[in-house]
Ligand binder design. Structure first.
Ligand SMILES: O=C(O)CCC(=O)C(=O)O
Length: 279
């Protein structure tokens, strides 16, 4: 299919970079245009429906299961979604926010919060990732216009600066533990307002975040992509989530080695761009 290229440069200002590094997240408007998302949405949803989780009734799921239906690493099983996830425009934003030369893919996820879907409990993404770097970032991009009532993201501002907050997989326990933690430590919580399809939030892997349930009759359709800085190494998988991620996304690379498996291509490299300019 003739889907639009996502290669035009999106300029991130110094002020936006500063906000991201201070607060642990930033919302960027129109990372993809309404027209681009209208074209890409069916391809992403089709791939998710084919390769992702199938719905069982909400009342039969646990808290995490009620939060959304997932489609994991769709880029690796669908050639069209591959072009979206490996887009140089998105990857350059990730590298600019992190302030690194080059970024690699960790994985993608489509996250469909159904009408009546539950909360996304507070958690830290990097609890799951056996990587020895804090230079990790997730893009969260709605494929439809979304309101806070549909479950936009909320972030505990500045919480990323504390790093690892303990072995707390996402669920009822992480929600209770981090809700108390956030209140006691006085972190400001920012709930993203309404976003247009193609706007996107970006957050560090250590930023505490979650989302309210979807109390509307509309489906919250979101695509996410996670990148990490090229040069990062695999860390010891010291919990079962990290052990599973090591096999799934990092090809069981031994701890201490470069995190650079077949599922982790470099998708943006400033050095290569500089070299091109000199020839
Ligand atoms: O979409 C959501 O509700 C949560 C997504 C999330 O936690 C993430 O992308 O890191």
């Amino acid at each position: 299919m003739n889907l639009p290229k996502l290669d035009g440069k999106y300029v991130v200002s110094n002020e936006q970079v500063e906000c991201f590094r201070r607060d642990g997240f930033i919302v960027l408007p129109r990372v993809a245009s309404a027209e681009e998302i209208a074209a890409w949405r069916p391809a992403i949803l089709d791939a998710r429906n084919e390769h992702g989780q199938q719905a069982v009734p909400l009342e039969q799921r646990d808290t995490y299961g009620k939060a959304f239906l997932k489609g994991l690493n769709l880029w690796a099983c669908d050639a069209e979604v591959c072009r979206f996830v490996t887009s140089p425009r998105f990857a350059r934003i990730a590298a600019d926010l992190l302030g690194v030369e080059a970024v690699r893919i960790y994985h993608d996820q489509a996250l469909i919060k159904e009408p009546g879907g539950g909360i996304t409990p507070w958690h830290q993404d990097q609890h799951y990732w056996p990587l020895d770097t804090a230079s990790t970032v997730t893009m969260w991009m709605p494929l439809v216009d979304v309101t806070a009532e549909m479950g936009t993201m909320r972030f505990a501002c500045g919480s990323h600066l504390l790093g690892y907050l303990g072995d707390a997989p996402i669920g009822d326990a992480s929600e209770a533990q981090f809700e108390t933690f956030i209140r006691k430590r006085g972190f400001r919580v920012e709930q993203c307002p309404s976003l247009h399809a193609g706007d996107a939030s970006f957050h560090f892997g250590w930023t505490l975040h979650g989302a309210p349930g979807n109390c509307t009759s509309q489906t919250r359709e979101v695509m996410t992509v996670i990148w990490f800085a090229d040069g990062a190494r695999v860390s010891v998988p010291d919990n079962s989530s990290r052990q599973r991620d090591l096999s799934r996304w990092l090809n069981d690379i031994p701890p201490g080695e470069l995190a650079a498996g077949p599922l982790n291509p470099v998708v943006f490299d400033r050095r290569a761009l500089e070299q091109d300019k000199t020839v």
